[in-house]
Design a protein around this ligand. Structure first.
Ligand SMILES: Cc1cc2nc3c(=O)[nH]c(=O)nc-3n(C[C@H](O)[C@H](O)[C@H](O)COP(=O)(O)OP(=O)(O)OC[C@H]3O[C@@H](n4cnc5c(N)ncnc54)[C@H](O)[C@@H]3O)c2cc1C
Length: 427
């Protein structure tokens, strides 16, 4: 993708107007960056939730556990928002984008024009098919928002030893299982794959992560397909009225007080349908995060052209660090204009906290990469593992070795060969 060079490809006037759609991490970082870098004009921040921006990682960890009050997850409070002269448009959903006119239409019919637009509406949890009639009151949850986390905590702590079934042993599912286990719940995790996370970190490391459940009193069942979730009939299913039943293919019924569906997310592009932006598993952007002239995208929704190690690929990443850095980069791109903006080429990083251990990954691993443990061992539960493909280092994962993990950052940035990475790892 190349800059088109029209007037809209030019730098943003510093006294112009910017509409940031999505009041969360990527959107807020864009707001902060615009002000930090001298943008004096109007910034409208449009968010569907009624909250000012807050952080999501604590929602499956400290907020769900009750070790943090919800307010501690805040990213931007009223004072900061007013210091940055943000025009807050909260509790309002964007329903349409006019790309040529750079206009955002809201669910109340209002229209906001911008010289620049930041599309940062993130992603929304995938719902389990056939559960449209069930709500949190029935005990059915997904976990994306602060309100979800508060309601889930109330549900799992309302009963002694609540029976919690988590569908999906991905990172969010595993964290929910870990936290609910810590709250004294009886937790069962149902995973369709034979090995959790095998598509992300491969079978060996996936099996290691999966083993953390059993080692901490949580039941993990792999290779099971869930047929449906429905309200329990009081009779015959050993479930008190108000409970749920998770039905497996083959007929087994698992009773639960609370079911948490953690089967991934979909980019929140619904409001952009028909806008003319390219929507393919996210908003497709160039390497500078432009989706069109004057329109940038950042965070979980953006699928951008990642230029790295002499290659380029369209990637969409659902990590806190990438969303934060993309918010900064998108604002800078908007200010510089499409022709003069810089390429956004971070080394992706994420972490996950489960059962008292922190798992960290640098780079962009794939489930079928070659994997080699270079430091520590899976048995002792502390290690560094390298992911390689076609003679190149692709990613590094560590548990209990944060310093050693970060020691590989420069190699990943430089596009290291597999052999150089092994030598660095002492192998
Ligand atoms: C429970 C949980 C735990 C996590 N833990 C980790 C972790 O440990 N490590 C890690 O690296 N990452 C973690 N993440 C991922 C990380 O939080 C996300 O990558 C990050 O929140 C993405 O930020 P974002 O701004 O792109 O999108 P989001 O945070 O999804 O925000 C998008 C915002 O846009 C709003 N919106 C959507 N549609 C519209 C519309 N049409 N109009 C107006 N507003 C709209 C949404 O309501 C939302 O507030 C976790 C995520 C969750 C949910």
């Amino acid at each position: 993708m190349t800059a088109t060079g029209g007037p809209a490809a030019a730098a943003l006037p510093t006294d112009g107007t910017v509409v940031v759609v999505g009041a969360s991490l990527a959107g807020w970082r864009a707001v902060e960056t615009l002000r930090k870098e001298g943008f004096e004009g109007t910034i409208s921040l449009v968010g569907e939730e009624r909250h000012l921006p807050y952080d999501r990682p604590p929602l499956s960890k400290q907020v769900l556990a009750g070790t943090w009050p919800p307010e501690k997850a805040v990213l931007a409070d009223k004072r900061r928002s007013s210091e940055l002269r943000v025009h807050e448009v909260l509790g309002r959903r964007a329903v349409r984008l006019d790309v040529g006119g750079r206009r955002v239409e809201l669910d109340d019919g209002a229209v906001i024009d911008g010289d620049g637009i930041v599309v940062a509406t993130g992603a929304a949890p995938r719902q389990f098919p056939g559960t449209e009639g069930l709500t949190q009151r029935d005990g059915l949850f997904t976990l994306r928002t602060l309100d979800d986390s508060i309601a889930l905590r109330a549900a799992v702590t309302a009963l002694d030893s609540a029976r919690v079934v988590v569908i999906g042993a991905g990172f969010i599912g595993a964290e929910v299982a870990s936290t609910c286990g810590g709250l004294g719940c009886r937790v069962t995790v149902l995973e369709a794959l034979d090995v959790p996370l095998r598509n992300v970190i491969g079978p060996v490391l996936g099996a290691h992560c999966g083993s953390l459940h059993g080692a901490n009193g949580v039941e993990l069942r792999t290779g099971v397909a869930v047929q449906g979730i429905h309200r329990a009939m009081a009779d015959g299913e050993r479930v008190a009225a108000g409970g749920l039943v998770v039905e497996l293919v083959g007929g087994e019924a698992i009773p639960a007080d609370v079911v948490v569906v953690g089967i991934g997310v979909v980019p929140a592009t619904g409001w952009l349908a028909g806008s003319g932006l390219t929507l393919e598993n996210g908003v497709v952007c160039d390497d500078r995060l432009f989706a069109a002239d004057g329109i940038v995208s950042a965070g979980d929704i953006a699928r951008w052209n990642w230029r790295h190690d002499g290659a380029e690929e369209l990637i969409r990443i659902e990590h806190w660090q990438v969303a934060a850095e993309a918010g900064v980069a998108a604002a800078r791109s908007l200010m510089a204009g499409r022709a003069d903006a810089s390429s956004f080429a971070p080394i992706p990083y994420f972490w996950s906290d489960q059962y008292g251990v922190r798992l960290q990954v640098l780079g962009n691993p794939a489930g079928d990469d070659e994997v080699l443990v270079t430091d520590g061992s899976l048995r002792e539960g502390k290690f560094v593992a390298l992911f390689g493909r076609a003679g190149r280092l692709r990613a590094v994962m560590a548990i209990g070795r944060p310093r050693q993990l970060m020691g590989f950052r420069a190699l990943l940035e430089a596009g290291s060969s597999w052999d150089d990475a092994l030598a660095h790892g002492g192998t």
